[in-house]
Design a protein around this ligand. Structure first.
Ligand SMILES: NC(=O)c1ccc[n+]([C@@H]2O[C@H](COP(=O)([O-])OP(=O)(O)OC[C@H]3O[C@@H](n4cnc5c(N)ncnc54)[C@H](OP(=O)(O)O)[C@@H]3O)[C@@H](O)[C@H]2O)c1
Length: 327
């Protein structure tokens, strides 16, 4: 079968290649999915660039991609929860990475039926971004009337997070650049801050929650705009101590700066490292079928143009999700 593979660490254009590889085999509890669409995520190209080498070790060449939608074409004897022909989607676990390919095998307990009212391309864009948004927002207990700033509302994670926060009854501020303001507002954000012309720190203040999807100074500056006892939930900042322990970082301590900022505001600070989760995928399916969440697709590429698709995502300017379609 054909697969887009990481052949070495380095620049995207030199390190990815479409190769002919063996079809995956089934282990206990696996289903085999014929891929209809895969979506791309920043973690993929960060791995190509070698930025995550210490956390995720790859045996190269390695097929790329974590997000998939497709049809079940085979299953191991012990799988009872899916039938051949089921239309499914998943964020596959690290050890089964390789969704940008014609077939992928997946632990069946990490798969859910895809929402029935959307295309395979739309469904493929939901798992990783949607699970990340849900896990990061639920981790700090988002609830009705919370005032939240979601950074990068036009990104894959941000565009889902806005809709999820609105479904929870929160009052949503979000940042994006001028060209995206209108469509991000249409996702339901109460106040879209154009970072080209406005300072978000002046517009959004005394917040219950900041969802940090940008990192660096954005993580630290979040503490300036939360209220006393507010919460900063990040997916790109340094780990909090509880999460560091879960990630196996035994000797980890918060930096003095971060510890001071947390103390000064009596704040809660959490890093979420997204975990595959089929129950939450079922929640996403329901929300999409109810019309609470709509998938946001920027561009769809054929497999042959997979390298271009990654080059585009890596510009950091994608408007929603970038998809590879196999049809
Ligand atoms: N911890 C985890 O488990 C986890 C999971 C998923 C993602 N992540 C990380 O979270 C980050 C976001 O992921 P993603 O998939 O949403 O990325 P993405 O889709 O590539 O984000 C692109 C968007 O970011 C916006 N953006 C860039 N700079 C901005 C700024 N200064 N202010 C406001 N918006 C800005 C861009 O809008 P403009 O063109 O308007 O600038 C663009 O629409 C990535 O670093 C990713 O690796 C972590």
């Amino acid at each position: 079968m054909k697969a887009l593979q990481i052949i070495k660490y380095g620049e995207i254009k030199d390190s990815l290649s479409i190769n002919e590889v063996k079809k995956p085999t089934l282990k206990p509890n696996d289903i085999l999915v014929e891929v209809k669409a895969a979506s791309l995520n920043p973690i993929d190209y960060k791995m190509v660039e070698g930025k995550l080498k210490e956390m995720i070790s790859l045996n190269l060449p390695s097929t790329i991609g974590f997000d998939v939608s497709g049809v079940v074409v085979d299953k191991s004897a012990d799988v009872n929860n899916f039938e051949i022909g089921d239309e499914v989607y998943s964020r596959v676990p690290q050890e089964q990475m390789g969704t940008v390919a014609e077939f992928v095998s997946i632990k069946s307990n990490l798969v859910a039926k895809k929402p029935s009212n959307i295309s395979f391309e739309e469904a493929a864009g939901l798992p990783l971004a949607g699970l990340t948004a849900i896990q990061a927002l639920d981790r700090v207990g988002i609830k009705e009337n919370d005032r939240i700033l979601i950074h990068a509302g036009s990104g894959g994670v941000g565009s889902f997070a806005i809709q999820y926060a609105k479904a929870k009854g929160a009052i949503v501020y979000t940042t994006t650049s001028s060209k995206n303001v209108d469509w991000v507002k249409a996702l339901g954000a109460d106040r879209v801050i154009d970072y080209k012309t406005e300072d978000y720190k002046e517009v959004a203040q005394n917040l219950d929650i900041v969802f940090d999807t940008l990192g660096d100074d954005y993580t630290f500056d979040a503490f300036k705009i939360i209220k006393e006892g507010g919460k900063v939930t990040t997916i790109v900042g340094p780990p909090d101590e509880e999460t560091a322990k879960q990630m196996g970082m035994k000797e980890y301590k918060l930096s003095e700066k971060l510890a001071r900022l947390i103390k000064e505001k009596d704040a809660i600070y959490k890093l979420t490292w997204m975990q595959p989760n089929a129950e939450q995928l079922k929640t996403i399916s329901k929300m999409v079928e109810n019309g609470d969440i709509q998938p946001i697709i920027d561009l769809i590429y054929p497999l042959e143009d997979g390298v271009d698709a990654y080059l585009y995502l890596a510009t950091g300017k994608a408007k929603g999700k970038v998809i590879i379609s196999m049809s």
